[in-house]
Design a protein around this ligand. Structure first.
Ligand SMILES: [Zn+2]
Length: 506
């Protein structure tokens, strides 16, 4: 675990109270009107070094905490196309520099002109950026504890809970194929929630999995006989005392390694596929933050499908017809389109949980398609079902994601998306995918939601039904790791911060 912890800090901490050893200022112009002592140091430095305030810099600052003043410039924030990620990235870089300089107790001060709604949550986002910069995968032996003193009045209880969730999401997403194989992933969740007010269950029995999660089990078929790779379904249920007003139901794709299966990934495309569990990782991380904050009036249930998509003599192959938990006969188009198979059975169970639950809403979180990377670059793609669209759930997620430095692009589900998965013969009800890579198929990240709706039975909950259920499918294939680099990019824990803020707003 990374050892970052947030504290509230008062003004006198800047000048040595409390044992702080560096002052990190994130700013556009370093005007620092309410901190004239700091402004003076900056202007002295600028008189001998024109880079001051334009590049990340460490200034010798006698009298200040630790004698170190670090300037982390955001660049121009006024441009119409900029967003709060500038603040996040500046804080991330500044924190790394402070850490390399030896700081282990940093004060964080954000100095921005007020009033621009894009930067409403900039102080919280800066704190999260610092934590992102300092995060190390748990396999790194040295994990010094770093205290972060927050000077902008941020809510530290909320931030510590959110960051605990983000740490879990990064640990789970970033673990290598053995460290975070399905049983290890499940064990991590068991300890993560040991002290939390949630009900957690792990399904590990092969017969039960094959009966209740038949599509998921097909993906796992070549892995079941290797005990340390065998599939798991983890269910986490946060159900507080008192009246419940809304119910969140979240399915997370946790493909702990994706070889592509019989449709083997070739030409070097397999490396990085241990990160194909970012959706389940984010779902677990979100649950951790919720469990620590214990909100009233909302029940949150997550189902995580943990599977290794292996190639082998027992592997499932294209053309097989497998009946989903919802009773839909699915013809397999391509074994590398396995994420939707895992999600469909989880969503079917969540559909059952939605019956009789107050105001249910459904999410799927997944690193699902290469197409979303091609279509949207580094952004998360969100596809809405009709019910979510009419109630503008996707727009809400987009607005909140923007403010929290986790921007998303909205996609529209269309009739052509259903045509892509329509049956081709009387033997099946649904085709899982075409037989090529999603990246080469138009609407490759939209049409999987058509499949998910049909295969899970959620299509029975359209607008005119007795129980319309809003459903957002969140494809984080590009956003789950930094710099769109599945091989070596640090996990981002997206969209945990957005989900938490969204939950608070609904
Ligand atoms: Zn795949």
């Amino acid at each position: 675990m990374a050892q970052v912890e947030f504290f509230t800090s008062a003004e006198d901490a800047l000048f040595g109270e409390g044992g702080w050893d560096a002052v990190l200022v994130v700013s556009q112009e370093f005007a620092l009107e309410s901190h004239p002592e700091l402004a003076q140091l900056v202007s002295h430095a600028a008189s001998v070094d024109q880079r001051t305030g334009k590049e990340a810099t460490l200034l010798l600052a006698p009298g200040l905490a630790g004698g170190r003043l670090l300037l982390a410039p955001t660049g121009d924030l006024s441009d119409d196309y900029e967003d709060v990620r500038r603040v996040y990235e500046a804080a991330e870089e500044g924190a790394k520099m402070a850490f390399r300089a030896g700081a282990r107790a940093m004060l964080l001060l954000l100095d921005l002109p007020a009033g621009d709604p894009r930067y409403l949550n900039a102080a919280e986002v800066a704190a999260l950026g610092v934590a992102q910069g300092l995060y190390l995968n748990p396999d790194v032996e040295s994990q010094p504890r770093v205290r972060i003193g927050l000077m902008n009045g941020q809510d530290v209880v909320r931030l510590n809970a959110l960051e605990a969730g983000r740490v879990a999401a990064r640990d789970l997403c970033g673990g290598d194929p053995e460290q975070m194989a399905p049983p290890a992933f499940a064990d991590y969740c068991v300890s993560l929630f040991a002290e939390e007010p949630v009900e957690l269950s792990v399904i590990d029995d092969r017969q039960q999995l094959e009966r209740e999660y038949p599509l998921l089990s097909a993906v796992s078929r070549a892995s079941f006989n290797i005990a340390r790779h065998a599939a798991r379904v983890v269910r986490i249920d946060y159900n507080p005392e008192g009246e419940i007003h809304q119910t969140w139901l979240i399915a997370g794709k946790g493909v702990t390694f994706d070889t592509g299966g019989a449709d083997l990934k070739v030409g070097g495309a397999m490396a990085g596929m241990s990160r194909d569990k970012g959706g389940a990782a984010a779902a677990a991380g979100f649950m951790k933050a919720v469990a620590m904050l214990r909100p009233q009036g909302i029940r949150v249930v997550a189902e995580l499908g943990l599977v290794r998509n292996a190639a082998g003599s027992d592997a499932f192959v294209p053309d097989e017809i497998i009946t989903s938990h919802a009773g839909i006969r699915v013809r397999i188009g391509n074994t590398d389109a396995e994420g939707r198979l895992v999600l469909a059975d989880l969503l079917s169970h969540l559909r059952e949980a939605a019956q009789g639950s107050p105001a249910p809403r459904v999410f799927s979180l997944a690193t699902l398609t290469g197409h979303v990377v091609r279509a949207y670059g580094p952004y998360t793609g969100v596809v809405e079902n009709s019910v979510a669209r009419v109630s503008q759930q996707g727009q809400l997620m987009q607005q909140i994601g923007e403010r929290w430095g986790e921007p998303v692009e909205l996609s529209t589900l269309r009739r052509e998306d259903f045509a892509q998965v329509a049956p081709r013969s009387e033997s099946e009800d649904l085709l899982s995918s075409n037989n090529g890579a999603s990246v080469n198929i138009s609407r490759g990240h939209q049409f999987p939601q058509a499949f998910l709706l049909k295969a899970s039975g959620l299509d029975r909950h359209q607008l005119a039904s007795d129980l319309p259920i809003p459903y957002l499918h969140v494809d984080i294939a590009a956003a789950a790791v930094e710099k769109r680099d599945p091989l070596y990019g640090k996990p981002t824990a997206r969209p945990v911060a957005t989900l938490l803020a969204m939950m608070e707003e609904l």
